[in-house]
Write a protein that binds this ligand. Structure first.
Ligand SMILES: [Zn+2]
Ligand SMILES: [Zn+2]
Length: 248
């Protein structure tokens, strides 16, 4: 609690361009350039669709969650920023991400994507908790940090095919309480295939939740491409270069 509060008071250099950023982690010029997620997205999974209607994938196989709101596209430089938060502990980014949502869904409770205790020990903190904390505070909603536990450490999802991911996530979460009638806002940093969010929503619904809305900082645009993109550093570099070239 103390570290992020202190960091916010100290003048910082912009995470992206290195110029003085004032009180925040990103300067105003770089913040304006960030790839905002499109308004024409599937209301259920937030994948871009031309008409903003529910996408074919969600129609064929409805996920357990009811809606997803994404603030940004998971393309450069969001990958850089998410990693800076996760692995370089730039905690001021969590507050920046929390402020990036224009509107929040009606909810009774904010619940960050749980991290397995082994991962938590490894990393020292759960980035989803750090993003959810200021979000819950701003919305005046209770934050639930212990209601669901991640009981199985799952291997990196990128290396697995979609069906294998789902099998891998079955029983990954265990509810420690009832959520009867509650509308839950689940917070996560990146949504790739949505398999983890689906498994978490399934667990919440099985424990009585009335609705589950995901709030994700960044959404990959094509789940199939995203899996190979994460696994293949060369593809990732090509994609980054492509994006930067277009933006100039
Ligand atoms: Zn900057
Ligand atoms: Zn969808």
């Amino acid at each position: 609690m103390f570290a992020p509060a202190l960091a916010a008071l100290v003048a910082q250099d912009c995470c992206l361009c290195g110029r003085p950023a004032g009180g925040g982690p990103i300067c105003a010029a770089c913040a304006r350039e960030l790839p905002r997620h499109t308004a024409h997205a599937c209301p259920c999974c937030a994948l871009p669709v031309p008409d903003g209607e529910i996408c074919g994938r969600c129609l064929r196989k409805p996920p357990a969650f009811d809606a997803t709101l994404a603030a940004f596209d998971y393309i450069f430089p969001l990958d850089v920023l998410v990693q800076a938060l996760k692995y370089r502990h730039r905690l001021a980014l969590a507050g920046f991400f929390a402020r990036a949502f224009d509107a929040l869904p009606a909810a009774d409770l904010v619940l960050p994507m749980p991290l397995h205790p082994a991962r938590l020990r490894e990393r020292g903190f759960n980035q989803a908790v750090e993003i959810a904390r200021p979000l819950a505070r701003a919305a005046g909603l209770p934050l639930d940090l212990a209601g669901v536990a991640r009981v199985r450490a799952t291997p990196p999802q990128a290396s697995l095919a979609h069906d294998a991911r789902l099998a891998n996530l079955r029983n990954a979460f265990a509810a420690r309480r009832r959520f009867d009638g509650l509308r839950i806002a689940v917070v996560d940093d990146v949504m790739t295939t949505g398999a983890s969010l689906d498994a978490l929503a399934r667990c919440l619904k099985a424990s009585g939740a009335a609705a589950v809305h995901n709030l994700v900082v960044a959404r990959t645009l094509d789940p199939a491409a995203a899996a190979s993109y994460e696994a293949d550093p060369a593809a990732r570099r090509r994609r980054q270069n492509g994006v930067t070239a277009r933006r100039r």
